[in-house]
Design a protein. Structure first.
Length: 335
């Protein structure tokens, strides 16, 4: 973690004193000491498990509040969890734009689309080219003047998000606006101390076991969601772009991410490791895909996790274009 002035300003005085004490202790160590943590608040148990650091969440505004509550995990462990209550409105970046207005609009007037592992700017030219891009002449999302058909009411955004969308919404760029979700509150439970399982948990795998579909939570309280159902969206001849932060809105889930594009709060690691971007629902840390020199770890497990001495077990998200983050949970989740 890079200790910035902003970071210091967010800390209560007793923690600043503690931090200075820790820095003094470490500065007395020999230079080849490898036990230095990149996170001075982390609590490491004997087996290398690192507790969730609730101070990393952006609780300064009203968007995210965190309390400690008793909870039961999916493996039966009785423990304490952080209960994270959030409006899902990011305090660290703007939402949108999603749909451009005309086929001459540039990339800054629209969001992004994910296809075949690639991230595409949804600018006017992308909309104009959709029939060619998808090899299907049904696509024509603009009128003869070049104005793009964009949903412009809450009702339209709700109707167009229905998988059985009517033909009247064909060739609409779908966007739900922040003003439609001002009353929404989301609550998440994350075990404070992660519990590694002998076999991983599939997301939403078995409805009877209540396993989550949400992958994790960014420090701003926005969820890393399951993959967007892009086949259903395109099958209805609609497009529901993500903004440049990889997020968009639906009326039930609020604002949520489908891609990690480096816009939400990142906690830089001082050893060149990829930045931390949030926590998975099992309490293990989630990090960006690539390290400082652009390499992805080569030893990731099926869930996209691995361990090191500094961070313990943690995940690295998949590439933004993949419409996914991590593949499963290696730890127990809160029921
Ligand atoms: Zn979505
Ligand atoms: Zn790593």
């Amino acid at each position: 973690m890079i200790i910035t002035k902003e970071f210091m300003n967010r800390l209560p005085m007793h923690r600043i004193v503690m931090l200075i004490a820790i820095i003094i202790v470490f500065s007395n160590c020999s230079s080849d000491d490898t036990s230095e943590s990149t996170d001075d608040d982390s609590i490491t148990t004997d087996d290398g498990t690192i507790d969730v650091d609730s101070s990393l969440f952006l609780t300064d505004g009203s968007a995210v509040t965190i309390t400690t509550v008793p909870c039961t995990l999916s493996d039966g462990t009785e423990t304490d969890c952080y209960q994270i209550v959030t409006t899902g409105v990011p305090s660290d970046h703007e939402m949108g734009p999603w749909c451009p207005s005309t086929i001459t609009d540039g990339a800054e007037e629209g969001g992004i689309w994910l296809e075949n592992g690639e991230v595409y700017d949804v600018d006017g030219a992308f909309i104009q080219n959709m029939a060619t891009f998808y090899g299907d002449d049904t696509w024509k999302m603009y009128d003869d003047e070049g104005n793009i058909y964009v949903t412009d009411t809450e009702e339209d955004c709700e109707n167009a998000a229905n998988p059985n969308v009517g033909e009247e919404y064909e060739n609409f760029c779908v966007e739900c606006l922040p003003s439609y979700i001002t009353d929404l509150i989301q609550t998440y439970l994350i075990p404070i101390t992660p519990v590694k399982l002998s076999s991983s948990v599939s997301f939403g795998g078995d409805p009877s076991d209540n396993s989550p579909s949400v992958r994790g939570i960014a420090f701003n309280g926005v969820r890393f969601d399951e993959p967007a159902p892009t086949d259903d969206i395109l099958g209805a001849y609609t497009l529901a772009p993500f903004d440049d932060a990889g997020g968009h809105i639906n009326l039930a889930a609020g604002y949520h991410y489908h891609a990690e594009t480096g816009v939400s709060t990142q906690i830089t690691q001082d050893d060149g490791h990829a930045s931390m971007i949030g926590y998975a629902l099992d309490g293990y840390g989630i990090y960006a895909q690539l390290d400082d020199i652009g390499d992805e770890p080569t030893d990731l497990d099926d869930c996209r996790g691995h361990s090191d001495d500094t961070r313990g077990y943690h995940y690295h998200v998949a590439a933004a274009g993949s419409n996914s983050f991590i593949n499963c949970l290696s730890g127990a989740y809160a029921n």
